[in-house]
Design a protein around this ligand. Structure first.
Ligand code: AQP
Length: 333
């Protein structure tokens, strides 16, 4: 039986290699399996949990859709839309925020990381965003959610919320309990400047990430400048445990080449970083640069992107508005 897939990406600019290898590459694979029904959402409501420039946000929505398509998602085989254009997401999020418990949200580590020391100044949206994420997923009777490793905890919360709603309203099986689809290997790509921090859009240093819009020279330069250590490349994966930068770069290479970490270790064992980096740059240029070119081409075709958005929105709205009606009935509205 086919899977019902839902996942989202925030239109916050600088979509990077981590978003690609951790999430979007998997979206493409699932989209190519004929029996699956896929919904891919540009989660603009999530984006405004931290301040956004309104003009830039609009551009970033286009860029995210262009990225989906440039990476290989077929808009004919999946629903692509932006979250704010389907009002059921916000309506459901409110109802679910009355089901979710403060204690559950207080445990979310991403809020703690993103709010930092000054929690008092973080938006309420940043705190409650996992509830909106639960609404996104549950509205489509999703069975599987492909995400990077950093979203695992939010998915567990989504499952708790679904189960509590079903119990509270005596509605067995009303919300399907979704499974996370997190890749076993390379599910968290780290910064090129610090192998202990995840590669991230909001990191100030552009050298910390490969953007999916980078050109050849930028890719080569960033790999050249990527932090390493002074040792040679190891002969066993256990030797990578205390070498976060080496582990990350070898993981990136493996993921781009679709081979295991063991294979990469065998290939480069005893070699120095300069030789490895040359190989890594080459494979990165081969795999990422065509995506970058395609994104730029699609961004010149706004009418085409608008058409995809409009069609996707209509399909998503049909599914979500039927589900929200049933939710409201169960609640007693
Ligand atoms: N470094 C990463 N490694 C693997 N997967 C990642 N994802 C993000 N970063 C990595 C996955 O990409 C999908 C979309 O992420 P998002 O756009 O919703 O936002 P995010 O995870 O908050 O991205 P950033 O780059 O980390 O943004 P900032 O800088 O704002 O914190 C998700 O499936 C995510 O797991």
């Amino acid at each position: 039986m086919g899977k019902k897939i839902f996942s989202g990406v925030q239109p916050t600019g600088n979509l990077h290699l981590g978003n690609y290898l951790g999430a979007i590459k998997n979206f493409v694979k699932l989209n190519n399996e004929d029996q699956n029904e896929c919904v891919f959402c540009v989660v603009d409501l999530h984006a405004i949990t931290v301040a956004q420039n309104p003009k830039k946000l609009k551009d970033n929505i286009y860029e995210t859709i262009a990225t989906f398509i440039a990476c290989g998602i077929d808009p004919k085989k999946s629903i692509i839309f932006n979250q704010s254009s389907v009002s059921a997401h916000s309506e459901t999020a409110w109802i679910l925020s009355c089901v979710a418990r403060m204690g559950w949200l207080n445990r979310m580590t991403q809020f703690k990381e993103k709010a930092g020391k000054d929690k008092e100044k973080a938006s309420i949206g940043l705190y409650s965003y996992p509830v909106l994420m639960a609404a996104d997923i549950l509205l489509y009777d999703t069975t599987h959610v492909p995400v990077g490793d950093d979203q695992k905890q939010h998915l567990e919360l989504c499952r708790d919320i679904a189960q509590k709603f079903n119990n509270d309203f005596n509605a067995d099986n009303f919300f399907k309990i979704p499974e996370p689809l997190i890749q076993k290997e390379f599910s968290r790509i780290m910064s090129l400047r610090d192998g202990t921090k995840k590669m991230s859009k909001s990191e100030l240093s552009d050298l910390s990430r490969i953007n999916l819009t980078d050109d050849k020279e930028q890719i080569i330069n960033k790999i050249k400048k990527a932090k390493t250590d002074t040792l040679q490349l190891p002969s066993a994966s256990a030797d990578l445990e205390k070498r976060p930068e080496a582990k990350n770069l070898m993981g990136i290479y493996s993921s781009l080449m679709d081979v295991s970490l063991e294979d990469t270790i065998n290939k480069f064992s005893g070699k120095n970083f300069s030789e490895f980096k040359e190989n890594l740059s080459q494979v990165m240029v081969d795999k990422i640069y065509p995506i970058s070119l395609e994104i730029k081409k699609l961004l010149r075709e706004k009418k085409y992107l608008d058409k995809i958005l409009l069609e996707g929105t209509q399909k998503a709205d049909k599914i979500a508005s039927e589900k929200v009606k049933k939710i409201q009935e169960l609640v007693g509205f």
